[in-house]
Ligand binder design. Sequence first.
Ligand SMILES: NC(=O)c1ccc[n+]([C@@H]2O[C@H](COP(=O)([O-])OP(=O)(O)OC[C@H]3O[C@@H](n4cnc5c(N)ncnc54)[C@H](OP(=O)(O)O)[C@@H]3O)[C@@H](O)[C@H]2O)c1
Length: 277
Amino acid sequence: MRWLITGAGGMLGRDLCAVLAAAGETDVVAAGRADLDITDADAVRAAADGADVVVNAAAWTNVDGAETDEQAASAVNGHAVRHLAETAGKRLIQVSTDYVFDGAAAAPYAEEAPRAPINAYGRGKAIGEQAVLSAGGFVVRTAWLYGEHGPNFVRTMLRLAAARDTVDVVDDQVGPPTWSFALAGQIVALARSGARPGVYHGTASGSTSWFGLARAVFEEAGLDPERVRPTTSDRFVRPAPRPAYSVLGHDRWAGTGVAPLPSWRSMLHEAMPVLRP
Ligand SMILES: NC(=O)c1ccc[n+]([C@@H]2O[C@H](COP(=O)([O-])OP(=O)(O)OC[C@H]3O[C@@H](n4cnc5c(N)ncnc54)[C@H](OP(=O)(O)O)[C@@H]3O)[C@@H](O)[C@H]2O)c1
């Protein structure tokens, strides 16, 4: 099977390449941004030619920056994805986000729940999703990703723990902290499974707040979790509004032979050795 990974230099892209290598997949084109700019339609067509699976891990991921340059963000997350979808059709697995939802729900979002993004990044990703589904491809939505090769909430908490007596962390946003390496494994399994195209939710089972995640990090590190104190998002106002509730349902995995991801707490425990500084 020939694989094309776009955005191969990013946090998830690097884990996808590691999972493929560990799985013995040798026919892998790992295209970082310098190798393949996904907004270059001709280059995308040439790169996708002959690939059996295209995983698009490339994205504009600066959520706050998208507010002031929505056109540029949507060029990558929406319009380039539309072209990728027209080129690769059902061979495409597009990585998407909980930010296509407004976060007003009180129960996990189902795969078919209507999109209602509340920020510019989410609007661009929603354009991309719609194009992929119209072209018969796969959309894997994830959320609250952390990993070895990216901005790392765990490392930030450990750094703050070393510098301060107490750490204030927001307790009014709820989501499923998800290890990018585990998600990469699930995406590879999905591609190999023969499952039907459509929307899948690649997020940890269960949920917590950033405060809950920070306490768990302290516990994992053998530190006193009482040093983490709850606060509210209005103390940390940012340009892009965030959904308050980002929990996604996992029903679509039933019958595919691919398991939903395990609980966020067990994944954090497994991930800790590679996340520590
Ligand atoms: N991180 C999260 O919490 C989170 C949550 C939900 C969904 N997601 C989704 O998960 C996917 C992977 O995200 P990530 O966390 O791995 O992000 P990341 O580390 O920022 O990786 C994205 C990669 O895409 C590259 N890129 C940007 N514009 C490009 C272009 N025009 N052509 C080719 N490559 C381009 C970036 O290169 P540069 O670094 O050079 O710009 C970067 O290497 C994305 O679809 C993202 O929307 C992430």
